[in-house]
Design a protein around this ligand. Structure first.
Ligand SMILES: CC(=O)SCCNC(=O)CCNC(=O)[C@H](O)C(C)(C)COP(=O)(O)OP(=O)(O)OC[C@H]1O[C@@H](n2cnc3c(N)ncnc32)[C@H](O)[C@@H]1OP(=O)(O)O
Length: 219
C-alpha cells in the first residue's frame, strides 16, 4: 500500500450523514443507513483518491470490463470528476481489510428545462460477490438516490437488465409506461456490430435486455 500524506474525498462526506433513510420505500431488515450501516467495520463514504489501492477498480471489474487503468489515469479522472462537481461516486468500505466492497455513482446532469433544473443518473452499481445478499446493494442504491434528492434533482433514472427491475422497484424506481426504452449506439465495436446495435433492445428475448427505470421526487 502506497503511503499518502493526505487523502481527498470526491465530495463532502458529511452530506451522507444527514440522509433520511426513512424516506425510502426500501425495506431494510434490520434497519440500516449510510450513517449506520449495521457493522462497525462498514463505512459508506465518497470515493477517495487513495481508493486505487483499495480494490475499487477490481470491484468495478465484477460489473463490466475496466481495462488496465494506471494510477495516473485513475488520479486524472478523479481530479476531473471532482473539478466538475457533478460526480458523486459513493462506496462501501470493509475497513477491516481496507477494501472497497460496494459502489454506485450518481451523476448530476444540468438541464435548461424545468427552470434550469438538474436530474440524476444512477450508474455503475456493484457489490463484491462475496458480500452480496446482505442488503449492501440496497444500501448503496438508496444512499445515492437520497443524495440525488438532497442535491435538488427532480428525478433519477437508470438503465438495467430485465432481471434487476424487481430489485430497483423495491427501492422506489418505476418503469414509466411507454417511456422506459433504453437505446444504445456503441462506438467501441466494429462497424458491422455498430449497425446491429444501433437499435432498441427492448423486446429482445435475451436476459440481457435493458430498460430504463425512474425515481420521481415530489416537488
Ligand atoms: C444501474 C446499474 O448499474 S445496473 C447494474 C447492477 N449491477 C450488477 O448487475 C453487478 C452485479 N451484481 C451486483 O453487484 C449485485 O448483485 C447487486 C448490486 C445487483 C445487488 O447487490 P446485493 O448486495 O446482493 O443486494 P441486496 O442484498 O441489497 O439485495 C436486495 C434484494 O434484491 C435481490 N437481488 C439482488 N441481486 C439480484 C439479481 N441479480 N437479480 C434479482 N434479484 C436480485 C435480492 O434477492 C434482495 O431481495 P430481498 O430484499 O427480497 O431479499
Amino acid at each position: 500500500m502506497v503511503q499518502y500524506v493526505q487523502e481527498t474525498y470526491l465530495y463532502d462526506p458529511n452530506v451522507l450523514l444527514k440522509l433520511d433513510f426513512h424516506r425510502s420505500p426500501a425495506k431494510f431488515q434490520p434497519f440500516i443507513s449510510a450513517a449506520n450501516p449495521g457493522e462497525s467495520w462498514l463505512k459508506v463514504r465518497p470515493l477517495k483518491d487513495t481508493d486505487y489501492d483499495r480494490g475499487f477498480l477490481q470491484l468495478l471489474s465484477q460489473l463490466t470490463e475496466v481495462g488496465n487503468v494506471s494510477r495516473t489515469q485513475f488520479l486524472t479522472r478523479f481530479s476531473q470528476m471532482k473539478a466538475s462537481g457533478d460526480y458523486f461516486v459513493t462506496v462501501i468500505e470493509d475497513t477491516r481489510k481496507g477494501e472497497i466492497i460496494g459502489a454506485a455513482s450518481l451523476i448530476v446532469e444540468r438541464k435548461f428545462i424545468h427552470n434550469c433544473s438538474v436530474r440524476g443518473r444512477l450508474e455503475d452499481v456493484v457489490v463484491n460477490d462475496t458480500y452480496r445478499g446482505k442488503q449492501l446493494g440496497k444500501l448503496i442504491v438508496v444512499t445515492v438516490s437520497l443524495l440525488a434528492e438532497e442535491l435538488g434533482c427532480y428525478k433519477m433514472s437508470l438503465d438495467c437488465k430485465d432481471k434487476l427491475i424487481k430489485f430497483y422497484e423495491t427501492l422506489g424506481y418505476v418503469l414509466i409506461p411507454g417511456n422506459s426504452n433504453s437505446m444504445t449506439i456503441r462506438y467501441d465495436e466494429d462497424p458491422a456490430a455498430l449497425k446491429r446495435n444501433a437499435t432498441s433492445i427492448i423486446g429482445a428475448s435475451s436476459g440481457d435486455a435493458c430498460q430504463t427505470v425512474s425515481l420521481e421526487f415530489a416537488s
